[in-house]
Design a protein around this ligand. Structure first.
Ligand code: 6GU
Length: 287
């Protein structure tokens, strides 16, 4: 099943070794940049930039707003690898393929993963431009068997049935809030539950109401599959959602979800998001 749906351990290892052979640093930190949030990668010092199309075995990024490059360097002195552009289920890859870079992170020595995304707000207390520290997720595609760990389990990555009740590291969530307070960002910081759908169509009104009723604060099309794979192989995870738009919750609303609004809000808050992440990184104790 591996060759049909995903990548084997050996294929991931080939890619990791190929990257390490040219990387200026051995990364301890992996960052995945969401839509419109790729600017974080520009903050890395002593960069080596590699296009996904040049990396053996790597999937290719197809989404506008995602650059499709891997950037190595140091962020606040910490050795780092950054994905500028991620892979989504709606691009047509198997879900196992979309998460292959996370396993490559692990095989390069990454121990902590920071993920960002753009998401629609479901919680009525949220405002466009808020940053939500993800404390939990609802994996809707997973309910139907679309989980990145489906298929033969390779014990070299992790156990067959990994725990997810502690997926989002408590200490790193606290760090996010503490750093936000220091930067005077508390006025737009939130915490909550992120729900994922396959996309690419946005939600109907009934679907938004259902997700809210289930306990979700935000909805998006990414991150959860990466978190599951990162936790499976024992990496620490912290994830931040930029609320780029309010999900439409009633039929009278004139509003329509669209990708342009997502990217515009990204621009509005991108610098603060970058500052938040880089300051968190400067405070992280890495081995
Ligand atoms: Cl409203 N929905 C989904 N599924 N993803 C989004 C979004 C909404 N806004 C940004 N990303």
């Amino acid at each position: 099943p591996d060759s049909a749906t995903g990548y084997s351990y050996e294929e991931c290892k080939t890619t990791a070794d190929w990257l390490l052979a040219q990387a200026p640093v051995r990364p301890l930190l992996g960052v995945v940049c969401g839509s419109g949030l790729g600017g974080l990668a520009e903050m890395l010092k002593d960069q080596l930039v590699i296009k996904y199309s040049d990396i053996p075995n790597f999937p290719q990024s197809t989404v506008h707003g995602h650059a499709g490059r891997l950037v190595f360097g140091t962020l606040k002195g910490k050795p780092c690898v950054c994905m500028q552009g991620r892979f989504h289920l709606y691009e047509g890859y198997s879900i196992q393929k979309t998460t292959m870079p996370i396993r490559v992170f692990k095989l390069m020595g990454v121990e902590t993963v920071i993920l960002t995304n753009a998401a629609g707000g479901l919680n009525p207390d949220f405002t466009v431009g808020d940053i939500m520290v993800i404390k939990d997720h609802i994996n809707i595609p997973g309910f139907a068997g679309n989980n990145p760990l489906v298929g033969a389990n390779d014990e070299r990555f992790g156990v067959r049935f990994p725990c997810m009740s502690d997926a989002y590291d408590r200490g790193l969530q606290q760090l996010a809030h503490a750093v936000a307070a220091e930067l005077d960002y508390s006025g737009f910081m939130q915490e909550g539950v992120y729900s994922v759908l396959g996309g690419p169509s946005f939600e109907t009104v009934a679907e938004c109401k259902m997700l809210r009723f289930l306990g979700a604060d935000a909805v998006g099309m990414s991150t959860v599959h990466e978190v599951i794979v990162a936790r499976h192989c024992g990496m620490k995870v912290v994830a931040l959602s930029l609320i780029t738009n309010q999900a439409v919750m009633d039929y009278d609303s004139e509003k329509k979800a669209n990708h342009e609004e997502v990217l515009q809000t990204g621009e509005l808050r991108a610098q603060q998001m970058e500052k938040l992440v880089s300051t968190m990184v400067s405070r992280m104790e890495l081995p």
